[in-house]
Structures are given as C-alpha cells and as structure tokens.
Design a protein around this ligand. Structure first.
Ligand SMILES: Nc1ncnc2c1ncn2[C@@H]1O[C@H](COP(=O)(O)OP(=O)(O)O)[C@@H](O)[C@H]1O
Ligand SMILES: O=c1ccn([C@@H]2O[C@H](COP(=O)(O)O)[C@@H](O)[C@H]2O)c(=O)[nH]1
Length: 256
C-alpha cells in the first residue's frame, strides 16, 4: 500500500488518512482565572517560541477578551460598578471574533486591538498577528459558539477548582485590573459565577482533553506539547527556527 493511502478496513472503520490542517487550531476554554493564559504560555514556551520574533512565530495565542464589544455609556457606567455581565455570550463582538479566526485559518494576517480591563474597552492602537502553524484561541466562552467550535482541531478545557479560581481572580484583579475587593466579589457572586455555571461549564463536554489544576499540571502540558510536535514533524523533532512542513505520512488518522 502506498504511503499515505488507506486500506478498505481502515476506510470502513473511519480511519481515513487526514492531512494535518494548517494552521492547527486549538481552543482553550475554562472558567475565569483557571489558568488558560498560563497553560497557553507554557505550551508556547515549551515549543521554543518565546524568543522568536512575532513575524516568524509558528505558534500564536489569541485571547477571547480581545473581542469584547464596545459598551454604550450606560453599560460602561454599570461596568464600573461591577454590574455589567462580561461573562454572558452577548458581551462579545461575535462577527469580529469569527471573522478573525476564519482569516487566521485562511493563512491571512489579522489586526487586533489590545483590551484594557481598567477602562473596559479596546485600546486605540491595534497590532498585527501574522499567520502561524498553530493558533491557540483561549477564553471563557471559546467553546460556546458552534461556529467557532467547528474551527478547532483540538479542544482543551482547563479545570481548576472554583475556590482557587476566585482567590486568584481577587489577587489578579486588584493587582492588574484596577479593581477593589468589594467590586470583584459583587461582580463574581452576582454575574461571573452564575454565568460560569450557565454558559461555560456546560461546554466542558466538548473538550478532547481536560486539564485539571491548569498550569501546575506539567504531565498534561508535556503530553499536549508532544502531540503538537508530533503533528509538526518531521522537519524537526522540536519546533526550531525553521518553519516546519506538515507531513501527512506522520499523521495518525483518528476515527472522528
Ligand atoms: N498554578 C498557579 N499557581 C499560582 N497562581 C497561578 C497559577 N496559574 C495561574 N496563576 C495566576 O492566577 C491568575 C489567573 O491565571 P491565568 O492564567 O491568567 O488564568 P485565565 O487565563 O484562565 O484567566 C494569574 O494572576 C496567574 O498568575
Ligand atoms: O472589562 C472586562 C472584561 C472582562 N472581565 C472579566 O474577565 C473575565 C475573563 O477573563 P479571564 O482572563 O478568563 O479571567 C470574565 O470572567 C469577566 O468577568 C471584566 O471583569 N471586565
């Protein structure tokens, strides 16, 4: 049998040989402060991409927070009191989010704003994200929208205990997001927690891999990194400075 082809048993059992898609898109979901960004940063670092210039990067991380829609004056006044629901699917600019991912999948560069959690708004200055071989798209509701879900080739759910997440959120939001404790706890108990239970937690069922304890789970992260490296072989065992080529012969077809 020629390399890369399938025999009748494989075809009957769903083991069609697939080409590794380019880019390989990974959705990373999980509750607030579960460690999504930290997990993505570790994956990026272990793939040796940290020191690579942005234009040459083979792995890019996109944060769903980038796609919060602009607020009206009235909504902004609520946001400042911790009374705007940033954890509801309607808080996002869905078209912008879907089109951005479609463009990245099509190998196009995209322009993205920086989100400012202190002003609850996008910054004026936008930056360019260049086409990459692996796109990590992380956020609380990245599995919620079917149109997005259908674009992922791998789905990871970062599963960290809620008490730990709240403790980390309090520390992070006071230090980095300009909030006071009263505001954080009010927002968390009235909006964040109920929305997590209604919109985020039910999407865990879509995950291919659930990562308990987030970035502390070095075993899970090592396995995921190994899998990505395997997909990107054989030009290099590890992603180095050279852009790898996908090789369909090195890809093991899967039954779904
Ligand atoms: N394993 C960990 N131990 C201690 N602090 C952590 C750990 N993982 C993440 N954090 C901290 O918790 C906060 C939230 O983590 P982050 O990765 O940004 O989560 P998410 O992207 O899910 O909101 C950050 O301040 C981060 O530094
Ligand atoms: O202006 C904003 C925008 C978002 N939030 C909160 O952020 C989290 C999502 O970010 P994580 O990094 O995943 O924690 C979400 O729970 C929103 O409540 C905000 O408070 N203000």
């Amino acid at each position: 049998m020629a390399a890369g082809s399938t025999n009748s048993w494989q075809r009957k059992n769903g083991f069609e040989r697939e080409r590794v898609p380019r880019p390989f898109v990974i959705g990373v979901a999980g509750g607030t402060a579960s460690g999504k960004s930290s997990v993505c940063a570790k994956i990026m670092q272990q793939l040796g991409q940290d020191d690579v210039d942005h234009k040459q990067r083979q792995v890019v991380i996109i944060n769903q927070d980038t796609f919060y829609r602009p607020l009206t004056e009235e909504e902004n006044a609520k946001a400042l009191k911790g009374e705007f629901n940033f954890d509801h699917p309607d808080a996002f600019d869905n078209d912008f989010m879907v089109n951005t991912l479609k463009d990245l999948v099509a190998g196009k560069e995209v322009k993205l704003p920086q989100y400012n959690y202190k002003t609850n708004a996008r910054e004026e200055k936008w930056h360019t994200v260049y086409p990459a071989d692996v796109v990590l798209f992380e956020g609380i509701l990245v599995f919620y929208f079917k149109e997005l879900r259908d674009m992922y080739h791998m789905k990871l759910f970062v599963d960290t205990d809620p008490d730990t997440r709240l403790a980390r959120r309090v520390l992070r939001d006071t230090k980095e997001r300009g909030r006071d404790i009263e505001n954080i706890l009010h927002q968390y108990t009235t909006l964040v927690k109920p929305a997590f239970e209604e919109f985020c937690l039910p999407t865990k069922k879509y995950a291919d891999v659930i990562i308990p304890r987030g970035a502390d789970n070095t075993v899970a992260i090592d396995l995921i990194v190994q899998h990505i490296q395997e997909l990107l072989r054989p030009s290099a065992n590890k992603i180095g400075n050279k852009r790898p080529r996908y090789n369909s012969d090195s890809f093991v077809g899967r039954p779904h």
